[in-house]
Design a binder for this molecule. Structure first.
Ligand code: AGP
Length: 608
């Protein structure tokens, strides 16, 4: 996913931009570049490859003079990674430089139109069409021009722009792609996310879709899509930059695994007042809880897996039908939903294109939407009817860990709240579950203090080509996330199966040495799981159980066991997740994989 940084102030822009891009490296990219204005002189340096290449080409910024500029890390969508396809793109007349995140869906049509009008193009990208369109439509007023340009664009964009006609000024606009404005002291910033500017300011404004920001060193003015000046409320991001750095861990992923006790505490604790659950400003009361006929939970990847855990929890404890849908399927399924359906949208980044599209569709069809999101003021957070933030802090590793477990915890809170409102649980059971949720952080803490067993098995199984994850009930839901974690960072083929499904085909794949991780935390299903484990073993498969100490008898039937703390069966997916995150991490470490930036993956998929 691309990254944007922009600066206008009194300091040399080039080094600030390059440093800002370094803080965006985690987002994944294949090229980068900066453009800086010194009076009317526009200097652009851009290159395929890592930011270290850019730094070298710009001689550490020394060769690029000026105090206003834009920078970009590119994740190619149109046009191969190359110097010329890197951003910033400069208009043919050399007066406008643009950086862009997103996809311009009608770029080909616009490009032919502009070429026919005599404007030459240099690159194969969709993004360049923005720079050339600015040149073509520019009438001396950049605000009018930008509005006209945006009116011609179909697709998603976050754009930073500088112009030789408007020295010292930086423009920004966006649609369906995140862009924040950082408010400094006699200097201001734009960035695709806080990390790029957090070293210089903690005060930000989220730019809304269609809005335009005009930044000078001493002022920032905002305009609505119809050109009216608007006031925006700044908010404070209390993440310090060290949070966005590794803090001494070898990888962001391990740091974030170890941040889960705090992330879970920060997500749960502020919402429990005595024996009551207070879900911020979410409009859930007895009346509307009893009007809910079904719940749709929608997400992608791990967010979807969190939704499946939520499904099992809510159906069991609230006695409401819950559908868990992949966002990319939901948006084209002509979904059956209306005001009697509560839709819960799950997204760590709050910018996933498929999930955002699902949110918009659910709203359009009349469903009330609650977003469970980690990034403050992200598109999904702002567009949902209600939002319940997971206070996990910045999650940098592509493979989500604390983002997932805090999503599950948030779903537990929503489910327990609804159960209370609908009186579907006895007071005793309600209290038991609430205490269990509150106990999760210290149970995770205990898990993290003893990872020797996990490391041992990870080392033993690291060279296997295929690993199965099986479970029943909520263990099946947890096994889906375990399989995704392993495959996305170790590149081992991993598949999760409902344990009862093995006999319907999959077991044909079990042969001597095939590794199966069997999640056996559900007491009520324990003996069913045992028979599935024996079925695998009888075919000479190797079985590693994931179970609590209370079910430790399972170790008599397996080749090993990863123990989780005793907990309520309904809440075990959080603890299983921690074990399976660490298992995946240590397998990937053993295989020398690029753990924080796995091949082909981006942290947030902001294109469909
Ligand atoms: C999980 O490790 C992956 N990074 C991916 O599946 C992710 O969960 C998915 O893309 C959804 O992202 P979101 O939560 O930011 O919407």
């Amino acid at each position: 996913m691309c990254g944007i940084i922009g600066y206008t102030g009194g300091r040399p822009a080039a080094t600030l931009l390059i440093d800002g891009l370094k803080r965006l490296e985690y987002r994944g990219y294949d090229s980068s570049g900066i453009a800086v204005l010194d009076g009317e002189k526009l200097t652009t340096v851009k290159t395929v490859g890592k930011i270290a290449e850019l730094d070298k080409k710009a001689n550490g910024g020394k060769d690029v003079i000026g105090t206003v500029g834009i920078g970009h890390t590119r994740w190619a969508t149109h046009g191969v990674p190359s110097d010329i396809n890197s951003h910033p793109h400069v208009s043919a007349n050399g007066r406008f430089a643009v950086v862009h995140n997103g996809i311009i869906e009608n770029y080909a049509e616009l490009k032919s139109e502009l070429i026919a009008k005599g404007i030459p193009f240099a690159s194969d990208t969709d993004s360049e069409v923005i720079a050339q369109l600015v040149q073509y439509l520019y009438d001396g007023d950049m605000l009018t021009t930008l509005r006209e340009v945006c009116a011609r664009l179909v697709g998603s964009y976050a754009v930073g722009l500088i112009s030789t006609d408007d020295c010292g000024t930086l423009y920004a606009t966006r649609k369906d792609n995140p862009l924040v404005v950082g408010l400094g002291r006699n200097e201001n910033f734009i960035a695709s996310d806080f990390a790029a500017a957090l070293e210089h300011t903690h005060d930000f404004v989220q730019l809304g879709d269609g809005e335009i920001a005009r930044l000078t060193p001493s002022s920032v003015t905002f305009y609505s899509s119809n050109g009216v000046r608007i006031e925006k409320t700044p908010f404070r991001v209390d993440w310090d930059i060290s949070q966005a750095e590794k803090g001494g861990y070898p990888h962001f992923m391990l740091k974030e695994i170890y941040e889960q006790p705090k992330a879970l505490t920060d997500t749960v604790r502020p919402r429990v007042k005595g024996s009551s659950i207070v879900l911020d400003k979410i409009a859930l009361d007895t009346r509307n809880a009893n009007l809910i006929e079904k719940i749709d939970i929608i997400g992608c990847g791990s967010a979807y897996h969190a939704g499946i855990v939520g499904k099992y929890f809510i159906e069991k404890n609230c006695r409401i039908r819950v559908n868990c849908e992949l966002a990319s399927e939901y948006i084209y399924s002509n979904p059956i939903t209306d005001s009697r359906t509560l839709t819960i949208i799950i997204s760590q980044s709050g910018e996933t294109a498929d999930t955002l599209a699902a949110l918009r569709l659910a709203k359009k069809l009349g469903s009330h939407t609650i977003a469970i999101v980690n990034v403050v003021e992200s598109a999904i957070a702002r567009e949902a009817d209600d939002v319940l933030y997971t206070h996990a802090g910045p999650e940098i590793a592509v493979a989500t860990t604390k983002g997932y477990t805090t999503q599950v915890a948030a779903l537990y809170l929503v489910g327990l709240k609804i159960a209370k409102l609908k009186h579907t649980l006895s007071d005793a059971r309600y209290a038991e579950l609430l205490d269990g949720i509150l106990a999760l952080p210290q149970q995770v803490r205990a898990q993290l203090d003893d990872v020797a067993g996990i490391k041992k098995y990870a080392k033993r199984f690291a060279q296997h080509k295929c690993v199965f994850f099986i479970g029943r009930g909520t263990d099946y839901a947890a096994s889906l996330e375990g399989a995704l974690k392993l495959k996305e960072i170790s590149y081992i083929h991993a598949e999760a199966y409902a344990a009862g499904e093995l006999k319907h085909g999959t077991i044909s794949l079990i042969e001597e040495g095939t590794v199966t991780l069997a999640l056996a935390t559900q007491r009520a299903l324990f003996y069913k799981m045992l028979s599935n484990i024996k079925a695998v073993q009888s075919r000479k498969g190797t079985v590693l159980a994931v179970a609590s100490a209370a079910n430790s008898e399972v170790s008599e039937f397996t080749d090993g066991m990863l123990v989780i703390p005793d907990c309520d069966d309904d809440l075990s997916p959080v603890l299983s997740a921690v074990v399976l995150q660490l298992f995946a991490y240590y397998v990937a470490a053993e295989r020398g994989c690029d753990i924080d930036k796995p091949r082909n993956l981006a942290k947030s998929v902001t294109v469909e």
